[in-house]
Design a protein around this ligand. Sequence first.
Ligand SMILES: [Mg+2]
Length: 230
Amino acid sequence: MSIAHDASLISPPAFGTVVFDIDSTLTGIEGIDWLAARRSPDVALAVLELTARAMSGSLAVEEVYARRLELVRPSREEIKALIRAYIANTAPGARGLLDPLRRAGVRVIVVSGGLRESCVPFCATLGFAAADVHAVPMCFSADGSYEGFDTASLLTRKNGKPALVRAMALPRPLLAIGDGITDLEIKTAGEADVFAAFAGFIRRPAICVQADHIITSMTDVLPLVFPLTQ
Ligand SMILES: [Mg+2]
C-alpha cells in the first residue's frame, strides 16, 4: 500500500476543496507558448514574453489574453496536437495524488486560463469530469481554422479565477495550487484559505514570495492535505 493510501485512511483531510491550475502545474508546458512555438521565431518570442509577464503579474491578464491568441490563431488540428503534448508532459505524481484526494471526499477541480478544447481532454486523463474543468471556450470556423474565444469568460481577466470559485460556493477550507498570479489571486481575493505556489516547472519569484507554501512536486500536496501524517 502506498503512502498516499495510508494518508487518506488515517488522517482527515485539512481541505474541503483543492483547486488546481493546468499550465506549468498539472502539465509542464504553457499551452499558448507551445502553440506559438509552431509559428515564426518572432511570434514565439513575443508570446513567450507576454506569458511570462502576465503570470508574474507585471502585465494584466486581460491585456495579454487576446493579443497572444491573435498572434497564434491556433487551428482545431493544432489544439489536438496540444492535447497530446499536455498529456506527454503530465506532472509526475499527479495521477497518484488525485485518487487519494477524491477517496477522502475532497472536492478536486481545475480552474485554468487555458483553452477548454485542450484542457478538458487532458484533464479527463487525470479523472476529471468535464464539469469540473473550467477554462476558456474557443470558436473554430467550419474548416477548423481559428475564429476566436469566449471574450465573456471570467478566466481571461484579472481576478477571474476567484470570481468563478466564489460563484461555485465550494467546500472550505480551500487550497489553491498553481504557478501564476491568476492562481495567487484566488487567495488574495479571499476565495482560498491557503495558496501553494507550484514551482516544479517554473519558479516565479513574485508569486512564491506571497505563497503560503512553495512546492516543487505533486507528491508535496499530500502532506498539505493530510497534515497529521507528517
Ligand atoms: Mg499556470
